[in-house]
Write a protein that binds this ligand. Structure first.
Ligand SMILES: [Zn+2]
Length: 86
């Protein structure tokens, strides 16, 4: 699930310029996770009438796990766009 092409299949761009290149993507992933947490909490508060704390914790964990593949890939995509500006 965490594997990816070393080079772009279309234009042959080398994605990982140096080892550990994608550590920076963790910051993007952190931002996306924070967004997921906030949106889930707001949905529970406004549409499910502010349930118990356990419901918040379990729901946020589940949503974050379900969206992990999305988060993992898009944090790298966004990070690539950030570092390859030219
Ligand atoms: Zn390409």
């Amino acid at each position: 699930m965490a594997s990816m092409h070393a080079n772009c299949p279309s234009c042959n761009l080398k994605y990982e310029k140096e080892p550990g290149n994608f550590y920076g993507a963790m910051y993007v992933s952190y931002g996306i996770s924070t967004g997921i947490f906030l949106v889930t909490a707001f949905v529970l508060y406004y549409f499910f009438n502010d349930p118990a704390l356990n419901v918040y914790l379990i729901s946020i964990l589940l949503v974050a796990l379900i969206l992990f593949p999305f988060n993992f890939r898009y944090s790298r995509v966004i990070f690539l766009y950030l570092i390859w500006k030219s």
